[in-house]
Design a protein around this ligand. Structure first.
Ligand SMILES: Cc1cc2nc3c(=O)[nH]c(=O)nc-3n(C[C@H](O)[C@H](O)[C@H](O)COP(=O)(O)OP(=O)(O)OC[C@H]3O[C@@H](n4cnc5c(N)ncnc54)[C@H](O)[C@@H]3O)c2cc1C
Length: 416
């Protein structure tokens, strides 16, 4: 008789924000069972947001961005680094890693995040071309960010823009190329896009919107970026920030339902027995994200789903879904976003964007559904509470930055 694989009560795949938070939540709730974590990365689990911010500028070290020290891990879970899960057998309740090891589970938590989307053009693999998803990626990029060199950032989303801000501060000459007609078009409204365009342009970044990259050029190393209109931008370094491909293939092969993310219910269950999925790789119905299931990429979402799974596994009441939120730090400007905006929402601007402190409120049928708060922390805190309770607020009272959002809601509700 051959012994089967060792069976853990909880087996977690991925030790990013979501996976690590499950371990922390299980331990703080006194979960008595065995917890095993399989990570395909070689380093102790770490925070991802600094990779395009303080870690790139060397303001933060790898030690400083680790979630927990090694001795915390040894007391909390059986953590295996450098183990990539390549198959899940939902009947035998086992997973297999690329090095041929097998691990059994009573409950499996798939917290595998995703990988940076590659640019679908020729020569995208040349040295000097980077993405920013892992610590290894950011370490390699950091070594290439030399003063006086030319960086082209492909993609004007948050990661691309944060990288541009870091690089310009390090003395590089930076160009951002974005296909849409404005920066951050997928995630925010026009006022915020305009603000970031000006912020970067004033800092010395060349911002090219409505322009498509069709190729990369170079022999031993990247030397230029080619645009559809024939422009050739000389480049010593290229950063590709064009989104995330969620890590769903392994679960899909195992039979889970996948549609732009692993589909999960309010308890983070997939449709495979005892298999949960959380974080960037999932899509779920969310009361604050509109009528169709959403894939929400944020630390707050990963943490929330981790707490839900830990509650389910320890048979406690699950926390109610909270309003999604996200932050982005560029130069010395802090943006905090609340809720999920849709393109058809009505935009109301509070304060003067030229002052560098303003909030954009998004209304859907008179209800405040989302906000972008640029260096207005009180608007963030109050706005989050108002979005949570579905407050109806008039555009006139929202627009006055001297009236707090809470007062604006009180005024509107009294008048109604
Ligand atoms: C550069 C950058 C900046 C960001 N800035 C912000 C920010 O300012 N604010 C914010 O809210 N969010 C930010 N985010 C997003 C945030 O980091 C993610 O939403 C969060 O990390 C999601 O957590 P996760 O655990 O789902 O995925 P991840 O943190 O990606 O963790 C998944 C882990 O699983 C591993 N893995 C994948 N497949 C396998 C496998 N088959 N076997 C074993 N292991 C596997 C991966 O290597 C990874 O370590 C940023 C992301 C990046 C990349």
């Amino acid at each position: 008789v051959t012994a089967g694989p060792r069976v853990s009560d909880v087996l977690i795949v991925g030790a990013g924000h979501a996976g690590t938070q499950v371990v922390a939540a299980l331990r703080s709730s006194g979960h008595p069972g065995s917890v095993t974590v399989l990570s395909d990365e070689e380093t102790l689990p770490y925070e991802r947001p600094p990779l395009s911010k303080g870690y790139l500028t060397a303001a933060q070290t790898a030690e400083e961005i680790a979630f927990r020290p090694a001795d915390w891990w040894s007391g909390a879970a059986d953590l295996h680094l450098g183990r990539r899960v390549c198959a899940v057998d939902p009947v035998a309740r086992t997973v297999e890693t690329a090095d041929g090891a097998r691990f059994g589970y009573r409950a499996l938590v798939w917290a595998a995040g995703g990988r940076a989307r590659a640019l679908p053009v020729s020569a995208a693999e040349l040295p000097g071309v980077h993405t920013v998803r892992t610590l290894a990626d950011a370490t390699a990029l950091r070594a290439d960010l030399l003063p006086g060199t030319r960086l082209v950032v492909v993609g004007g989303g948050y990661i691309g823009l944060e990288t541009a801000a870091a690089a310009v501060g390090l003395g590089l000459s930076v160009t951002v190329v974005e296909t849409a007609d404005r920066l951050l078009a997928r995630v925010t409204g026009e006022s915020v896009s305009r603000f970031y365009d000006t912020l970067h342009t004033d800092a010395g970044v060349t911002v090219l919107t409505g322009r498509r990259v069709v190729g990369l050029r170079g022999e031993q190393r990247v030397s230029a970026v080619e645009l559809e209109d024939g422009t050739r931008l000389p480049a010593d370094v290229v950063v590709v920030g064009v989104g995330l491909v969620p890590a769903t293939e392994v679960l899909e092969r195992a039979g889970a339902r996948v549609d732009g993310g692993v589909l999960v219910d309010a308890q983070c269950r997939t449709d495979l027995p005892s298999v949960f999925a959380i974080g960037d790789c999932t899509r779920r119905s969310h009361p604050h994200a509109g009528p169709v299931p959403a894939r929400i990429e944020s630390v707050a979402n990963a943490t929330e789903q981790a707490k839900i799974v830990a509650a389910v596994l320890t048979e406690r009441a699950t926390p109610a879904p909270s309003v999604p939120w996200f932050w982005s730090h560029q130069y010395d400007v802090m943006l905090r976003t609340v809720g999920v905006r849709h393109p058809a929402d009505v935009e109301v601007v509070r304060g003067d964007p030229a002052s560098g402190r303003f909030t954009v409120c998004y209304l859907r049928n008179g209800v405040l559904v989302a906000l972008d708060c640029v260096d207005r922390p009180a608007d963030f805190a109050q706005g989050k509470a108002l979005v949570a309770r579905g407050a109806r607020v008039s555009p006139e009272s929202l627009a006055d930055p001297a009236v707090s959002l809470k007062q604006a809601a009180d005024i509107s509700e009294t008048a109604a």
